[in-house]
Design a binder for this molecule. Structure first.
Ligand code: FDA
Length: 398
């Protein structure tokens, strides 16, 4: 792709991530002259590292229900106009093999780099140009459009698209740039915070549970109020991770509790009582180890200070054990923060944006797309689908 040094384009897109590239493709296909700039030295870096290098590029069950936003209806229009099926069709057209891993999550069979190559090929075909290692120094607006002072020189554009993502993983070039642009033009920003992030324990719990680091449960149920997710859970050196924890972290706020069921499909009290009748001399820990990883079973007993055999346990004691397994209430101390968060919750307030075009209502020609907007998906390919859908609709309007 050649570097552009022109001083005027129809559309300037800041950010060559998932949303920015999709927007550039669509605008270019409509005959608009498009320049995409990014301060990184490679496009789509988050695509490259996503899904363990295989990019969970969408979800078969994508629907507005899988997104968090101050306005839960905002994403509806873009998701309907450019759906998961449209993106799958694009992937198929490029001959990229994929598979469903679980829960509708679609991954490349090969590498996430195939998705980046596909987007770059589509950009080239649409005539959209890409300037990497280019930063934005200033933005000025007049009646005819914008003058954007880039590190490579000034560029005039009619439409300016901010696709700079959220604050997650700063070491990969994530910045709060998009929020600053929004505020500079008078748009409200919903306070950003890390989402899809491991939760951390305070010192007391950490000391007791650190020996469990590396232990995992294939299916746990983690609840926060009425929201619950049933997926894997992992003990780490700092607290808890795994898909169920990442999911609930997006609903959780500091100071709040989450409730964990470590064996959600098991009637633990029924099983304990049956075992007491049949094998009274079995230890409680040994019995729990038939339901949970052995180290975890022992930790549950240690936390409840239960050391004896099943026959020595009253119904009340067994009920306490069952509750520790399937109603474990924890108050995480915090999260691992933007350093490891997969997404940033909050962002440009959707109240100031047109859901059909992603344009700022009060600033004609200024659009915000992708993660910088206050729309955040669950884990499982939903965040990329939002990037594709919001990029696509903006691409029809710029
Ligand atoms: P994105 O962050 O992709 O792109 C923003 C671009 O703007 C970057 O290229 C950046 O360099 C550039 N930029 C930032 N500031 C700038 C500035 N001031 N000037 C110029 N350029 C600037 N989602 C999913 O659906 N499936 C998955 O498998 C995963 N996996 C995953 C793994 C990991 C480790 C992370 C961190 C995240 C995921 N995600 C995910 C989330 C997904 O990566 C994310 O939601 C999208 O990449 C968001 O796309 P955007 O285009 O909005 O931003």
């Amino acid at each position: 792709m050649t570097s552009a040094r022109q001083s005027a384009v129809d559309v300037l897109v800041v950010g060559a991530g998932a949303a920015g590239m999709m927007c550039a493709i669509e605008a270019g296909r409509r005959g608009r002259s498009v320049l995409v700039v990014d301060h990184a030295d490679a496009p789509g870096e988050k695509i490259r590292i996503s899904g363990g290098g295989r990019c969970n590029f969408t979800n078969l069950h994508c629907s507005p229900k899988a997104f968090l936003s101050r306005n839960p209806h905002f994403a509806r229009s873009a998701l309907a106009r450019y759906s998961q099926h449209d993106f799958i069709e694009l992937v198929d057209r490029h001959g990229i093999a994929w598979h469903e891993k679980t829960l509708g999550q679609l991954f490349c069979d090969g590498s996430a780099r195939q998705i980046i190559a596909m987007l770059l090929a589509e950009m080239e075909r649409a005539g959209a140009r890409l300037d990497l290692s280019t930063s934005v120094d200033a933005i000025d607006r007049d009646e005819a459009g914008f003058t954007v002072r880039l590190s490579t020189g000034p560029v005039r554009c009619q439409s300016l698209v901010i696709a700079t993502g959220g604050k997650s993983i700063p070491k990969m070039g994530a910045t709060g740039f998009g929020y600053q642009v929004a505020e500079r033009f008078g748009l409200a920003v919903v306070a950003p915070r890390p989402g899809l992030v491991p939760l951390t324990f305070g010192p007391d719990l950490l000391e007791r549970l650190t020996p469990l680091a590396g232990v995992s449960v294939e299916t746990a149920e983690v609840a926060h109020g009425r929201t619950r997710f049933r997926e894997g859970l992992l003990f780490t050196h700092r607290g808890l991770s795994g898909p169920s924890i990442l999911q609930i972290s997006s609903c959780w706020h500091e100071g709040e509790e989450v409730v964990v069921a470590l064996a959600p499909d098991v009637d633990v009290i029924g099983r304990l009582k049956a075992a007491r009748s049949a094998h009274g001399r079995q230890s409680v820990a040994a019995m729990l180890a038939t339901l949970l990883p052995r180290r975890l079973a022992q930790a549950v007993c240690d936390m409840e200070a239960i050391g004896g055999n099943l026959a020595d346990c009253s119904d009340r004691v067994l009920e306490r054990v069952a509750l520790a397994v399937n109603g474990w209430r924890i108050r995480p101390e915090g999260s691992e923060g933007y350093r490891t968060a997969e997404v940033t919750l909050g962002g440009v307030d959707t109240a100031g944006l047109d859901q059909k075009t992603m344009a700022a209502r009060s600033v004609p020609g200024l659009h915000f797309i992708g993660e910088v907007v206050d729309v955040t998906g669950w884990l499982g390919g939903y965040n990329f689908q939002w990037a594709w859908s919001s990029g696509w609709v903006a691409g029809q309007a710029v």
